[in-house]
Write a protein that binds this ligand. Structure first.
Ligand SMILES: C[S@@+](CC[C@H](N)C(=O)[O-])C[C@H]1O[C@@H](n2cnc3c(N)ncnc32)[C@H](O)[C@@H]1O
Length: 360
């Protein structure tokens, strides 16, 4: 996978909570009521029992994680060493002429594979370049960074990675914009391997500034809108709020759009599915629903493909194949790698996932 990172492939750390962290971080402990650090009157901090408990839990978790990582690394090294040894033994058992033709065949296969991958990557990049000329405009509005804690910003970065991965994989990719991409969020994005090569609009300015000539075409997508999205119009520019907030900032994008005097719309979730929980989805889920719709032109199919099954209890047998299809995709490729390109993984960004890489 090393060679891929030189290109535009982000790598994804694993996480299992909505804000991207598996466990509460120290700064979070203080934000949460249960983990208060108080003064004891003499000026020295008195840590509450529950804060101590949480801290110990965090430490145990970190230790386990480090241990698991070390074991995985060791297993990988052992596996590589075994393979290397098997190959050396195989060669050693052969007469000289057979040995060199076997080595040559292996080199040729590797070259062919690399050429194929290069071609695939070029094809994908060509598709994305075309999308930047003619694709449906979709903006991720990155102007909410001050409202998020570091973990939430991390999670947002991951969700953007999933958006990009899904876009690369799509047969009808969108023209993806990252607006307000500066400061903290930009420096985080710049740490994503391959980000400099991403074929997206990296725009420092806000969408309202960068796209001011097309203000009448802007449609802010927000679960709080009264208008339901019926179609995706090529002439419109759909804006998704780049926010991970567990809906702490309820209504914020609706308010922003109203203040700016731009149109709003919500996804037609209620028309097609019954949900067990809120209809507020993550950034990448919304993005994936949109690009799936561009491909299949069917809201129900698009919603079913992206919204995790646990959020929608009622499912009839006609729909099961869609869900199963996504399960298959997320089980990984023939190398056992799971990619955020596999949209199930991407869309269930809030759920526990494996360490994944994005194929070019
Ligand atoms: C995690 S939500 C942020 C929720 C935030 N409190 C708000 O007011 O938008 C991320 C973004 O996804 C989009 N979104 C989420 N659910 C949606 C829905 N049901 N319909 C339309 N857009 C949605 C919105 O653009 C939203 O800002």
């Amino acid at each position: 996978m090393e060679e891929n990172r030189e290109n535009d492939e982000p790598e994804e750390p694993s996480h299992d909570s909505e804000d991207g962290s598996s466990m509460p971080q120290e700064e979070e402990l203080q934000e949460q009521g249960g983990g208060r650090v108080e003064e004891d009157g003499s000026g020295s901090p008195r840590v509450s029992k529950s804060a101590k408990k949480k801290l110990m839990k965090l430490q145990r978790y970190e230790a386990k994680k480090a241990h698991r990582k070390a074991i995985a690394k060791q297993n990988k090294q052992e596996h590589m060493e075994r393979k290397r040894q098997e190959w050396a033994d195989k060669l050693a058992a052969l007469p000289e002429d057979e040995r060199s033709s076997l080595v040559q065949a292996k080199l040729d296969t590797r070259k062919e594979r690399m050429a194929e991958r290069h071609q695939e990557r070029e094809h994908t990049r060509e598709k994305l370049r075309n999308a930047m000329q003619r694709g449906q405009n979709i903006v991720v509005d990155l102007e909410f960074c001050e409202l998020m804690n570091p973990n939430e910003i991390n999670s947002l970065v991951q969700q953007i990675m999933y958006c990009y991965a899904a876009n690369r994989k799509s047969a009808s990719p969108a023209h993806l914009w990252l607006t307000g991409c500066k400061g903290e969020i930009m420096s985080r994005m710049q740490k994503v391997p391959g980000f400099p090569n991403w074929l997206v609009e990296k725009e420092e300015r806000s969408y309202i500034e960068a796209l001011h000539e097309r203000k009448q075409d802007l449609v802010y997508l927000t679960a709080d809108s009264e208008d339901v999205l019926q179609e995706l119009e090529a002439s419109k520019i759909y804006v998704v709020g780049g926010l991970v907030d567990r809906n702490r900032w309820k209504g914020i994008t609706m308010q922003k759009a109203q203040e700016q005097g731009i149109q709003t719309a919500k996804l037609p979730i209620a028309d097609h599915l019954s949900m067990t929980s809120s209809q507020v989805l993550t950034v990448n889920q919304v993005f994936e629903i949109l690009i799936t719709f561009l491909e299949v032109k069917d809201w129900r199919k698009s919603l079913l493909q992206v919204i995790p099954q646990r959020k929608r209890p009622e499912i009839d047998s006609n729909d099961l194949h869609l869900t199963n299809e996504r399960k298959k995709m997320s089980s990984g490729n023939e190398n056992g790698e799971v990619s955020p390109c596999d949209s199930n993984v991407g869309s269930n960004c809030n759920e526990k996932r494996e360490e994944v890489t994005v194929e070019t």
